[in-house]
Design a protein around this ligand. Structure first.
Ligand code: BGC
Length: 766
């Protein structure tokens, strides 16, 4: 006992703690710079390298490496943080090891992929982005932070802000779609939601923007594949959301797996030091992705020692899982390949983050066992999640106002995704508890109430191929494959349909068909489900397709044959309620696409802000023109453009005006448009403003989103929506990578999607 007291005292003295205790765990400490410098001066090289080491707890693992014997390493001061460990009790225990057993008693940081909520799960990020509502998005991150922090987590590997214009890439589900402007606003909202401008609270957590950089543009849409892109495109289209996160004060950045300009991001000094730190002024620390350093061996950058030195010298501070820093940097220092100053700088950043999180004052700040019992998956959080989820759904088609459904008669709910509890939360929902998500079937039953008879049949498996289904339902996201034959399953569905007035077909992707390492070459609904859908359509009963997906799918066939399509992504634990709220019209859908829906895979990559080329088509009907930029077998335009989404009501845009047809570089313009709700329901509309720069020193996109406002209009209500344009909205990176606005002519378009055709023009003068 006596020894323990002496040890504790020694530890406090070593750490520079003053002896006056604030509370049971909390102590008052010196200002950050002084505190960290003092601590650093006491550390051995081994202890310093330990702070740079981030093993996975092994609760869930991805990639190849596994760190063994973690507790021994923690006691030896060889671990700086740990991730993917769930439960406050476990985290408390591990923290105890660090602060009681290691020589310097430096607390650990605890990370997790809290991507779209914690136990209360929100829509996958792509779905969330379709709300176009920054307050809701920020709120979702704030709730996620509140729940995660109540369970011991103080660092999330989110937001993922990788722009993607290629839905073959499965991780398009984890980002906010194709647009840098919208993506930047969302990046900021997410960082603010997690960090709440104040990391000293025990309800805010450190954010980590990822994956820096360009991870969303792998060749052929294949995950982890090579990225090769011009600097102009990087700076104009792919970098803005990362920069927005940095500007919002994000505490950490995760390096991407891919190469950037021929050098893997993890070892890319231009990216990590010149751009991130020098140009953008990033002050936090950079962590690798899972075994990112080790993977540089396969990239062809040398052995583990060379790769580790490359990463450290590039400006990377923390090594996720691979232990390259821990095991090789000492040798590199001896061989003068890495300086001790660089190591000190890296350790300083990690210690500063721990300081900012308040862990030196109270290592158990996030380990309040009581909070874990009261603050997670609360009924209030679930109510908010249900509202947010409903806003993320996108109505793609609604012929003859088939929707909303009446709360009467008999509804047949059919499909492999209708009663699929494990699938509702979508990919990267590691904290979601089994059994807590609301299925579509249950949501419909509850929202419809007693006056509606709801019948159900599975109708088909996800796919005819059982192996495919296994690969598409990993991590416990099973669809409980049905052993019956195709014919038996369809026959059962048709029997149910024969007793019903309307069919709700729940089809599409399973949760793990998108996300990491889930690239696809075929983006159509799988054949087993297509066969089921055709059988349902043949009955002549009205069919509503509730389409689950983690990416834009190719649904030309369904768009031709099915009268109503509601795209629902994976909307989280409350998905079943939210979808039913929209199906029955308790909530009028207002989601708008943030990634283009192609007509065919051959169009990929596809995005609205493309360049005009020297040979654009001269017709708008999609007719083939020889020697123009088009396809002999497909139209150029997508099936559904960026920004598109229907409502149960309709909106009319009129009277677009601009305050002047000239603006100088210090000026401002006002653009106004009248939006009228001309339909029969109250509804929300996202009014979008696009700008085209007609002549530039480099070619410019045919239009770019530069503003949006989500408004609510009662039936018959009219509102004048006003946007302000300043020179900032006209700037872009030129071929010298200077961020400039060039005088000349600009067109402004306003409307409800990226095809907006209400136009005004102005000239930017010197
Ligand atoms: C993913 C990251 C994730 C990390 C930790 C990697 O495989 O690319 O997005 O944060 O694992 O789980």
């Amino acid at each position: 006992m006596k020894n323990k007291v002496v040890l504790l005292f020694l530890g406090c003295a070593l750490l520079g703690y003053s002896q006056k205790k604030e509370s049971k765990n909390s102590v008052k400490i010196k200002p950050k710079a002084e505190f960290v410098a003092e601590l650093l001066s006491k550390m051995t090289l081994d202890e310093k390298l330990g702070q740079l080491n981030l093993p996975s707890s092994g609760d869930f693992t991805t990639g190849l490496a596994k760190s063994s014997d973690i507790s021994k390493k923690i006691s030896e001061g060889k671990v700086g943080g740990l991730f993917n460990i769930k439960s406050v009790e476990k985290i408390r225990e591990v923290q105890k090891l660090a602060v009681e057993n290691s020589r310097l008693k430096i607390p650990l940081i605890f990370g997790m992929d809290v991507i779209h909520g914690y136990e209360t799960t929100f829509p996958i990020p792509l779905g969330l982005s379709c709300t176009w509502d920054m307050n809701l998005i920020e709120r979702s991150a704030q709730i996620a932070a509140q729940e995660a922090s109540a369970d011991g987590i103080n660092w999330t590997f989110s937001p993922m802000v990788d722009i993607s214009r290629d839905p073959r890439w499965g991780r398009i589900s984890e980002g906010s779609g194709e647009d840098p402007y919208l993506g930047s606003q969302i990046a900021k909202a997410m960082v603010n939601g997690y960090q709440q401008h104040d990391l000293s609270k025990n309800t805010s957590i450190l954010a980590c923007v990822k994956h820096f950089a360009l991870y969303g543009a792998p060749e052929a849409g294949r995950d982890y594949n090579t990225v090769d892109m011009s600097h102009i495109r990087m700076f104009n289209d792919y970098f803005p959301p990362y920069k927005a996160a940095v500007d919002a004060g994000v505490g950490s950045v995760m390096a991407s797996f891919n190469e950037v300009d021929g050098i893997p991001a993890t070892g890319n000094k231009w990216l990590m030091t010149d751009v991130l730190r020098k140009q953008w002024g990033f002050k936090g620390f950079v962590v690798t992705d899972f075994t990112g350093i080790n993977e540089m061996i396969d990239h062809g950058m040398g052995d583990l020692q060379a790769a580790s030195a490359l990463a450290m010298n590039a400006g990377v501070e923390m090594d996720m899982v691979g232990e390259g820093f821990l095991t090789t940097l000492k040798k590199s220092i001896d061989e003068k390949k890495v300086t001790i100053e660089r190591i000190d700088a890296a350790v300083r950043l990690i210690l500063e983050a721990k300081y900012d999180l308040g862990l030196f004052e109270d290592p158990y700040k996030y380990c309040d066992i009581k909070r874990a019992k009261t603050d997670i998956f609360t009924s209030n959080n679930r109510i908010e999640a249900r509202k947010i989820a409903a806003q993320s759904l996108v109505l793609l088609k609604n012929q003859n106002q088939l929707l909303p459904l009446k709360k009467s008669g008999t509804i047949a709910v059919i499909g492999p995704l209708a009663d699929a509890e494990e699938n509702m939360s979508g990919t990267w929902s590691v904290a979601t508890k089994k059994g807590t998500s609301v299925t579509l079937l249950n949501g419909i039953k509850e929202v419809a109430g007693k006056s509606v008879k709801v019948l159900y049949a599975k109708g088909s498996n996800l796919d005819y191929d059982a192996t495919f289904e296994t690969n598409a339902t990993m991590f416990g996201k099973t669809l409980h494959r049905d052993a019956r034959s195709k014919e038996e399953l369809i026959a059962e569905a048709l029997k149910v349909v024969s007793q019903s007035d309307v069919i709700v077909a729940a089809l599409g992707e399973s949760a793990e068909m998108s996300g990491e390492s889930s690239s696809r070459t075929n983006l159509e609904i799988l054949q087993a489900q297509k066969d089921l859908l055709n059988a349902l359509l043949k009955t002549g009963k009205p069919v509503v397709l509730v389409l689950f997906d983690g990416r834009p799918l190719v649904i030309q066939d369904e768009n031709n044959t099915v009268p109503a399509i509601l795209n629902v992504w994976f909307a989280g634990t409350e998905a079943g309620y939210a979808i039913a709220d929209v199906l029955f019209g308790d909530v009028n859908p207002s989601g708008k696409l943030t990634a283009t829906f192609p007509r065919s895979v051959g169009q990929l990559p596809i995005y609205y802000a493309h360049k005009n080329t020297g040979r654009p088509l001269s017709n708008t009907e999609g007719k083939f023109e020889k020697f123009r930029s088009n396809y002999i077998d497909e139209r150029n335009e997508p099936l559904f453009p960026f920004g598109f989404g229907l409502s149960y009501t309709s909106f009319d845009y009129s009277n677009i005006k601009i305050s002047s047809d000239k603006m100088n570089v210090n000026g401002k313009l006002k653009v106004t448009v009248e939006v009228t709700n001309t339909g029969n329901f109250e509804g929300k509309e996202t009014v979008q403003l696009y700008i085209r720069d007609l002549v530039g020193s480099v070619t410019r996109p045919v239009r770019e989103l530069k503003g949006f406002q989500k408004i609510n209009l009662k039936k018959g209500e009219k509102q004048t929506v006003t946007f302000e344009i300043t020179v900032e909205d006209l700037k872009f990176y030129n071929s010298d990578l200077q961020f400039v606005a060039e005088p000349g002519q600009f067109d402004v378009f306003l409307g409800g999607n990226s095809n907006a055709d209400k136009k005004v023009s102005f000239e930017l003068t010197k």
